[in-house]
Design a binder for this molecule. Structure first.
Ligand SMILES: [Zn+2]
Length: 64
């Protein structure tokens, strides 16, 4: 008969493994330089075609 603690440990291990794999394979988009699809300004770092100011307008990036 399987020990409950063993099963729990196995479950936690499997879950942890999945979480780590998900974190490692999560696409971190470093961005690319180019023209923003939204405001059409040149940006040194577009993520999915959108510049930092358009992605996070609340941060109050300076104009230009
Ligand atoms: Zn923009």
């Amino acid at each position: 008969m399987a020990d409950v603690a063993d099963l729990a440990a196995e479950f936690v291990e499997a879950h942890l493994d999945r979480s780590i794999r998900a974190a490692v394979t999560a696409p971190f988009d470093p961005g690319v330089p180019g023209e923003c699809d939204n405001c059409l300004n040149d940006s040194p770092r577009l993520v999915k075609g959108i510049c930092a100011r358009c992605r996070e307008p609340k941060k109050g990036y300076a104009r230009g």
